[in-house]
Design a protein around this ligand. Structure first.
Ligand code: IPM
Ligand code: MN
Length: 360
C-alpha cells in the first residue's frame, strides 16, 4: 500500500516523541513493504511564533490532503495568559473541526509490566481493558454563544454546551460498533440529573442502542463515573461520553495504566472515497514544557498512535499488532523512560523508539 501522512510535531515534547513515532512508522512500513510519503506542518505555539496563527491555512490544507495526520502535542507556557483564540490549543481544536474527526478513541489497558506504576492496588487495576470514546467536535469546546463581556462585578463569561441529535447518534454508533468486536458492553456517561443537554444525550443513546440488541448498555452520571474508574476500572468495556467529560475522564483513565505518557489516541471521522478513514492520531499527554528537549519523554503514547493509525485509517491490522507487540516487548524488557519503572538507568526517548523498531 501507499499512503500520505502529515506530521504535526507541535510544541514541547511533541517534537521528540513524534520523531520516534515516525521512526517506528518508517520501520514498520519498510518491513511490510508499504510506501509512506511524509510531510511536516506547523501547529500550535510553534505555528504562532512562525506565522502568527496556531493553525496556518497551509497546515489545514495539508491535513485535508493527507491520508492521515500524526500529531505530537500543543501548548507553550508563554501563551498561558493569551485569549483562547490566540492560544496553541486553538490550533488543535481547529484541525479537529476541519477534519471532522468526531470520535476520539482512547484505549486504556493495564499492561502487566506496568502494574506497579499504577496508583491503584494491583488487584484493582489488573485486567483493565477499556476504550473511552470521547465526542470530539461538539459540546462546550465549540458551542456558541461564548466569550467574556462587561466589566467590574458584572463582568461575565459564557460557554455553551450544545449537541444535536445527529452528533450524538453518530458517536454512539461508533461506540456500539467498537463494542461488537470487544466484550459487547457500552457505558454512556452524562449528567442528566442536572443538564438538559445530557437528557438529550441519554435519550438518543437509548434510541440508537435499539439497533444493537447484542450490546449491553448502561448509564453512569459523570461524577459517579469518575469514582467508578478508580474503584472498579474492570467494569468498563466501551465508555462513550461528550467532549468535556471525555477530556477529564480520559486523563483519569490514562493514569490507571501507569503513566499518561503511555496513552495513544485516534480521532476518526468519515470514510473517504479512497477507502481510507479520515484520522488524526495523537498521544493523550500534553506538551510537558518542563521536560521538553531533554530526551526523556515517554514516546510510547505517540508510537501507540502510529499503531492506531495503521489499524483505523488503513485497515492494516497485522502491522498495527506488530507495533503493539513490540511496545509490549519493550515494556517487559524494562528499557523504558523514567515515568515508568525502568530497570537500571532510564532509557532516553530515542532509545525507546529504537528499541521498538528492533522488536518489530
Ligand atoms: C486533549 C487535550 C486538548 C483537549 C487540549 C490541549 C486542547 O487536553 O486532547 O485531551 O482539551 O482536547
Ligand atoms: Mn485532555
Amino acid at each position: 500500500m501507499e499512503f500520505k501522512v502529515l506530521t504535526l510535531p507541535g510544541d514541547g515534547i511533541g517534537i521528540e516523541v513524534t520523531r520516534e513515532a515516525v521512526r517506528v512508522l518508517n520501520h514498520v512500513a519498510a518491513k511490510f513493504k508499504h510506501k509512506v510519503h511524509l510531510t511536516e506542518g506547523l501547529l500550535g505555539g510553534v505555528a504562532i511564533h512562525k506565522t502568527g496563527t496556531p493553525l496556518p491555512p497551509e497546515t489545514e490544507a495539508a491535513a485535508l490532503e493527507a491520508d492521515a495526520t500524526l500529531m505530537g502535542a500543543v501548548g507553550l507556557p508563554e501563551f498561558d495568559n493569551a485569549p483562547p483564540e490566540k492560544r496553541p490549543e486553538r490550533g488543535l481544536l481547529g484541525i479537529r473541526k476541519a477534519l471532522g474527526v468526531f470520535a476520539n478513541l482512547r484505549p486504556v489497558r493495564a499492561y502487566a509490566a506496568l502494574i506497579d506504576s499504577s496508583p491503584l492496588k494491583n488487584h484493582l487495576v489488573e485486567g483493565t481493558d477499556m476504550i473511552i470514546v470521547r465526542e470530539l467536535t461538539g459540546g462546550m469546546y465549540y458551542g456558541t454563544p461564548r466569550g467574556i463581556s462587561g466589566s467590574g462585578p458584572e463582568e461575565r463569561a459564557i460557554n455553551t454546551m450544545v449537541y444535536t441529535r445527529a452528533e450524538i447518534e453518530r458517536v454512539t454508533r461508533m461506540a456500539m460498533e467498537l463494542a461488537r468486536n470487544r466484550r459487547k458492553k457500552v457505558t454512556s456517561v452524562d449528567k442528566s440529573n442536572v443538564l438538559e443537554n445530557s437528557q438529550l444525550w441519554r435519550k438518543v443513546v437509548v434510541e440508537v442502542a435499539k439497533d444493537y440488541p447484542d450490546i449491553e448498555l448502561d448509564h453512569l452520571l459523570v461524577d459517579n463515573c469518575a469514582m467508578q474508574l478508580v474503584l472498579a476500572p474492570k467494569r468498563f468495556d466501551v465508555l462513550v461520553t461528550e467532549n468535556l467529560f471525555g477530556d477529564i475522564l480520559s486523563d483519569e483513565g490514562a493514569v490507571l495504566a501507569g503513566s499518561i505518557g503511555m496513552l495513544p489516541s485516534a480521532s476518526i471521522g468519515a470514510k473517504k472515497d479512497n477507502g481510507y478513514w479520515v484520522g488524526l492520531y495523537e498521544p493523550v499527554h500534553g506538551s510537558a514544557p518542563d521536560i521538553a528537549g531533554q530526551n526523556k519523554a515517554n514516546p510510547l503514547g505517540a508510537i501507540g498512535s502510529v499503531a492506531a493509525m495503521l489499524e483505523y485509517s488503513f485497515g492494516l491490522k497485522e502491522e498495527a499488532a506488530a507495533v503493539n507487540k513490540a511496545m509490549e516487548d519493550v515494556l517487559n524488557s524494562g528499557r523504558v523512560t523514567g515515568d515508568l519503572k525502568p530497570k537500571g538507568t532510564p532509557a532516553t526517548t530515542q532509545q525507546v523508539g529504537q528499541a521498538v523498531c528492533e522488536a518489530i
